[in-house]
Design a protein around this ligand. Structure first.
Ligand code: ARG
Length: 593
């Protein structure tokens, strides 16, 4: 289906063209004076110079041409040459009926779907997830869903941090505590135990202890570096321990991600590409891309057009260690060989933007990916506390992800029990669903690149631009539809009628229908701009339009059957659109709140 706004533009363009003007002048935009009109066209002003005519005269001509249009109820000319447009409600209603019948409400699907890898989550194995990991999970999940809904193949990869010094630190600390374990016996060549020598709780405590000690104990740090190196070089006992660490942490990670309604198609990590690194580097050297500088191996990526400093990509450190950039390059290689994507989107804190700029340049320079493959970096800002500084626990420590989720769920729970009589279990259950919406909406409704303030009071409020408000609106519709069904009513989308036929202008129904008609254009923008906040902004307006309609209209008590049926169809359609959108944002609505 064409987008609603394009259909309107087409009509105006035809009028400009029929009068001998450039049809491009007929471009239409949503009105910025909703009190005057619904859409507007500024083409007469734009064309005045070219055609040496007063804009007002051009506008008058176009308006006259459009007098019998099937689309417009009113075309008004306002100085100095605006065309103010009001649509016929029958036109809107017909469009909505087409949307209802079409798959995905008529969103145009690509002729040739792209294969898109979304690299998000980025949890570091055996380290606690912190708030930085929350944003990549929330935004990445939504981007993946938007890409998919837009008709492309989206492959989400968590890209675990599982191959760095933190692994060496854990092995070293374990060695201190239980040196008798068979994993540390270099001579041992038997089979290793199936049971891990630690629990998830121990593991959770081992890493911070080891990390803290490595900062004050140089010898200990050396040991950890050595252990990391031996692990990466394939020492059997260490690889076996690594397997235990991975199994135990993954179980835990999957649980957390599931609770956030985030799921990955691939659970790959840095360790998976280890074996690709040495031959890749050989190739870089052979082809003259990488060279030695002060004992390190680097790739030059400066361009003449650079206005800011662009340090070379560091591939191997002077002590022989690989870096973050090295594993990311090998990961591109792996993805090209095994997935062959058309696009890769990475989501991390924007402080990593230099890293990704370097990565993309190295990739293009070395030809790891063909030039037509697109690489995008979505860097997001920090989640701050009320003081404008990165969000912390009450005693100033970094907050763990689970603590944050628990915090918002508790707040939601309190609000729910204050609101109505409900059993403890039911209230907790609902609090989880609504809490997740509060958290995700609070995050996604900001432009990703901006910092934002985690304001628990505002996020959990049932009013305003919040997740709970959207859910409340959906629950409101559900409850009306349920009451209608209980009384034996059956909602049919066929019953949707143009508001003029129902004398319904005053009900807000027309405005609501106009909002719905904008769904495709919104989604297309959310996809091309990789911008979930487009979806939140849209549903906030849609929910407002729905609530205005609800407050101004008798629905269940409406005596005229035809009207009632049309209103119910409109409610049902709004609910479907809202539910589709919140699914794209990665949360869902409860039955009651
Ligand atoms: N593990 C990294 C971190 O916690 C994020 C990984 C992002 N993805 C990537 N391909 N580098 O900062």
């Amino acid at each position: 289906m064409e987008k609603f706004i394009d259909e309107i533009s087409a009509e105006i363009k035809a009028a400009f063209s029929a009068l001998g003007y450039n049809p491009d002048l007929g471009k239409v935009t949503v009105s910025n004076r909703p009190d005057l009109c619904e859409y507007q066209c500024n083409g007469a002003m734009a064309g005045a110079k070219e055609y040496r005519k007063a804009p007002l005269a051009i506008a008058e001509e176009v308006a006259a041409k459009l007098k019998d249009s099937q689309i417009f109820a009113e075309v008004n000319v306002a100085p100095p040459g605006f065309l103010n447009l009001k649509l016929k409600s029958s036109f809107i209603c017909d469009y909505l009926k087409q949307m209802i019948k079409a798959p995905k409400f008529g969103l145009k699907q690509p002729e040739k779907p792209l294969k898109v890898v979304i690299d998000y989550g980025g949890a570091n194995v055996a380290k606690a997830l912190h708030i930085g990991h929350l944003r990549t999970a929330i935004i990445g999940e939504s981007v993946k869903r938007i890409v998919r809904y837009s008709g492309h193949e989206a492959i989400g990869d968590v890209h675990l941090g599982d191959w760095g010094l933190h692994m060496g630190l854990i092995i070293t600390e374990l060695n201190e505590r239980k040196p008798e374990l068979v994993y540390f016996d270099a001579e041992y060549d038997g089979v290793y135990p199936e049971e891990a020598p630690f629990t998830i709780d121990e593991l959770g405590e081992i890493y911070p202890t080891a990390s803290a000690r490595s900062k004050i104990d140089e010898a200990y740090r050396e040991k950890a570096l050595q252990a990391t190196f031996e692990l990466q070089s394939g020492r059997r006992g260490y690889r076996a321990l690594f397997g235990h660490i991975m199994r135990i942490s993954l179980r835990d990670l999957k649980k957390i991600y599931r609770s956030l309604n985030v799921d990955f198609d691939l659970w790959k990590g840095e360790s998976d590409v280890h074996d690709l690194i040495a031959p890749m580097i050989e190739g870089f050297k052979r082809d003259g891309f990488a060279y030695c500088s002060n004992g390190a191996l680097i790739i030059d990526i400066k361009k003449e057009t650079d206005t800011k400093e662009m340090p070379p990509g560091l591939i191997v450190k002077s002590d022989g260690a690989y870096l973050y950039l090295t594993t990311d390059l090998a990961t591109v290689l792996d993805r090209m060989e095994n997935i062959a994507p058309d696009m890769i989107i990475y989501l991390t804190d924007k402080r990593q933007s230099m890293h990704f700029e370097q990565l993309f340049r190295c990739v293009k320079k070395t030809g790891l990916a063909p030039p037509e493959v697109d690489f995008y970096f979505v860097g997001f800002g920090t989640m701050n506390g009320a003081d404008g500084k990165p969000f912390k626990t009450r005693d100033g420590g970094t907050m763990r992800l689970e603590e944050l989720v628990a915090l918002i769920n508790e707040e939601m729970y309190q609000k729910i029990i204050a609101n109505r009589e409900v059993s403890e279990t039911k209230a907790r259950e609902t609090a989880q669903v609504v809490g997740l919406a509060a958290l995700k909406y609070g995050d996604l409704s900001n432009q990703a690149a901006k910092d934002y303030i985690f304001d628990i009071d505002r996020f959990t409020s049932f009013e305003g631009d919040t997740g709970p408000y959207i859910l409340y609106t959906i629950v409101r519709i559900k409850s009306i539809l349920a009451k209608y069904a209980e009384a034996g009513g059956i909602v049919s989308m066929e019953a949707l009628k143009a508001t003029d036929d129902l004398e319904g202008e005053k009900t807000g129904a027309k405005a609501l229908m106009l909002n719905i008609a904008g769904f495709n254009a919104m989604l297309e923008a959310a996809y091309t701009e990789i911008a979930p906040h487009r979806v939140t902004a849209y549903i906030y307006e849609l929910a407002n339009a729905l609530n205005t309609f609800y407050h101004q209209t008798k629905i269940l008590t409406e005596p005229v059957n035809e009207k009632q049926k049309s209103y119910l169809a409109l409610l049902a359609l709004t609910k479907e659109i809202l539910e589709t959108c919140i699914d794209l944002l990665g949360f869902s609505a409860p039955e009651r709140m």
